[in-house]
Design a protein around this ligand. Structure first.
Ligand code: ZN
Ligand code: ZN
Ligand code: ZN
Length: 675
């Protein structure tokens, strides 16, 4: 089915004329569904009931458009008034045209005569110099009278070719046309002479006559459609010579005269493939054909390359849309059907580029994913390893690795080494401080446990880290210098506070603390500790080598003496005597006891020895440091230590140090000094 001018289509099944709208034939097929839909079936049934007018099936098939215009026999002769009947423009009309138009074909010579009579005014008068002037002279002199009729044309042929050429185009032929005796009239007379007088067959001249006719037609302007009412009756007055055998002649090719269809407007440098969406023709989506012809009459209007109906295509909405799109461009997202070929190629190229980049992206992503999944499994391994709990301070290990910008594998390696004890992180400031607090508040044992269990710094490290200078334990008999050093350490931080508080009094407190009976080495003094003070002078306590250690343990070993008693030269100190200073102040910061003496004791010394070894050096040292402390000792306090009690009783402790009070446990002395 073909869409006509008004956008209607005649259904081949039911014969109904169906409006298909701007979407064209596809719309018709979708909505009407020829032979399928109820509408179509009903219409078909109705049509089948009433008898057809002519009863022939061909009525339906003639509705198909014939792309090839009718042959020359079909066009009616040019009627008077320079008007030509248009070809039946639509297939519907064609059905109405009596197919019995096979009336006697008018002879070409008559057609030529008719055409010359109606020659357009634009054709100029001929002169001697014109091409056709040759035919103006007496025709009898061209061919000798003795030449038989069948051979005459052979003699005339060069003449015609010289004038009208081989395959001369319609336009060129139109250029040589002239009116008058030296022009077409002369030519007509010339041919007529040979046909009538010399019995040359008219068909011999057919090609040339047709050429002239085409040229005249080309020059003849088309009358407005309104004037033409229909095919004019053909004058049948032509007497056809019975002797002339009528051969249904095949006309010369009329290509050059044929309508070129609607002339598609192209911009500069634009080709039809840039502009025209050829795909829209699919499934009959466009009412015109590939040549942009629609209801084509086949012949050109004078001065134009197309016929009227084809030129009118410019008013068709679909074609308007196509032209608009060809000038303004088609959006890339428009349905591909609307894209011209060049745009399709461009879109395809773009798509190829996009696909290529997508494929590359996909490849890259796949590789990335592969790497990531690998590192993910590494992460999982690390998490599992951490979950094993082999390394206590995992956070430290991770922190160090991050600081060193190690990857997940580096971390894992480090973790494994840390788990094997091959790698240790340095403790942070926080951990050191925490360890110090633990050492001060909880003591050595707890600190050691924390060191082992939590990876906190060890006791030795912490002692080295301590900001406050440590007290010095006296290895042997206490020396004044050692005590003075401890006084400096203890009072170093509070001298300012003492000055502002105007504190003047202090008490000295003594007590014994049990210790483990074993020898220790003090790295700061490089002396052995843990030996009793009263017998320490019997051995060397400085550590200079293995022999010193041997000698010390030899001295510690029990031997039978002269009196038969078993005793050793020196003893392991079972207790340490601690002397501390208590400042008489309400300020709790100052009030706490400040130890200044730590000395091992084996409980074998007598009271005078105790006074000489312990009390005297303490008192001397405090006296020596009075310019630093600016404190006066008003009292000495002790628990129930028998030797110090004995000393007090015997008055061996000189005034003005006051009294030694006997209290159980650490004294609760009031600042007034009374018990
Ligand atoms: Zn139908
Ligand atoms: Zn046309
Ligand atoms: Zn001893």
């Amino acid at each position: 089915p073909v869409v006509d001018d008004e956008g209607f289509v005649v259904c081949p099944e039911c014969g109904e004329r169906v409006n298909c709208g701007p979407a064209g034939i596809n719309n018709f097929i979708k909505r009407h569904k020829p032979g399928v839909s109820q509408v179509c079936k009903t219409a078909k049934a109705k049509r089948d009931k009433k008898p057809r007018q002519d009863g022939s099936l061909s009525g339906w098939f003639t509705q198909r458009a014939s792309l090839v215009p009718s042959t020359v026999a079909a066009p009616a002769p040019i009627p008077p008034g320079n008007t030509r009947p248009p070809l039946p423009p639509t297939s519907i009309n064609r059905a109405a045209v009596p197919s019995a138009s096979s009336n006697m074909p008018q002879s070409l010579l008559d057609q030529l005569r008719e055409a010359i009579r109606n020659l357009p005014a634009t054709v100029p008068e001929a002169s001697d110099s014109d091409v056709l002037a040759t035919f103006g002279s007496d025709p009898s002199q061209f061919v000798d009278a003795t030449v038989p009729a069948v051979e005459i044309y052979e003699h005339l042929n060069p003449l015609f070719h010289a004038a009208l050429g081989w395959n001369m185009s319609v336009e060129d032929t139109a250029q040589v046309l002239r009116r008058g005796q030296l022009g077409l009239d002369g030519l007509l007379r010339f041919i007529t002479y040979f046909v009538t007088q010399r019995s040359v067959r008219e068909q011999d001249f057919a090609a040339k006559i047709q050429q002239i006719l085409d040229a005249i037609n080309f020059l003849t302007p088309i009358a407005p459609p309104g004037i033409v009412s229909g095919p004019t009756t053909i004058p049948t007055a032509t007497a056809v010579d019975d002797e002339i055998e009528f051969i249904s002649h095949t006309p010369a090719p009329i290509v050059s005269r044929q309508c070129d269809g609607f002339i598609f407007p192209l911009k500069q440098n634009q080709t039809i493939s840039d502009a025209y969406p050829i795909q829209m023709h699919d499934n009959g989506g466009l009412p015109w054909d590939f040549g942009t012809r629609h209801s084509c009459t086949g012949t050109r209007r004078p001065g134009h390359k197309n016929c009227g109906p084809c030129a009118n295509l410019g008013n068709h909405n679909m074609l308007k849309g196509i032209i608009n799109r060809s000038t303004d461009g088609v959006h890339e997202n428009t349905n591909l059907v609307y894209q011209p070929m060049a745009a399709l190629i461009g879109i395809t190229r773009n798509k190829s580029v996009v696909i290529q980049s997508l494929r590359l992206g996909l490849l890259n992503n796949s590789r990335k994913l592969l790497t990531l999944s690998k590192s993910l499994s590494d992460h999982k391994r690390l998490v599992v390893a951490i979950g094993s709990g082999d390394v206590k301070r995992v956070d430290r290990v991770i922190a160090v690795c991050i600081k060193q910008k190690r990857g997940i594998r580096g971390m894992f390696d480090t973790y494994l080494r840390a788990a094997k004890g091959l790698w240790k992180t340095a403790n942070t400031e926080e951990e050191d401080m925490f360890g110090l607090a633990m050492l001060k508040l909880a003591g050595v044992r707890v600190t050691e446990i924390a060191h082992r269990a939590l990876g906190l710094p060890g006791v030795t490290t912490l002692r080295n880290r301590m900001i406050t200078p440590p007290l010095t334990a006296s290895p042997g008999a206490p020396k004044v210098e050692e005590i003075q050093k401890n006084i400096e350490v203890c009072f170093g931080g509070i001298v300012d506070a003492l000055a502002t508080k105007k504190v003047v009094h202090q008490i000295i407190m003594f007590d014994e603390i049990a210790t483990e009976k074993r020898i220790r080495w003090d790295p700061r003094t490089n002396h052995f500790l843990g030996v009793c003070r009263q017998h320490a002078h019997r051995v060397g306590l400085e550590f200079n080598g293995e022999r010193d250690l041997d000698a010390l343990f030899d001295a510690l070993a029990k031997k039978t003496g002269i009196d038969g008693k078993q005793d050793s030269l020196v003893h392991n100190a079972g207790e340490v005597t601690v002397a501390a200073v208590g400042i008489m102040s309400e300020d709790t910061r100052l009030y706490s006891a400040r130890p200044i003496l730590i000395s091992g004791d084996c409980k074998r010394e007598s009271a005078p020895e105790h006074a000489r070894n312990v009390l005297t050096p303490v008192l001397d040292a405090l006296a020596n440091k009075k310019d630093l402390t600016r404190l006066r000792t008003i009292c000495m306090a002790s628990d129930g230590e028998t030797r110090r009690g004995e000393l007090n009783a015997t008055g061996m402790v000189a005034r003005p140090y006051g009294i030694i009070s006997y209290v159980s446990g650490w004294s609760i002395l009031s600042p007034t000094g009374h018990v």
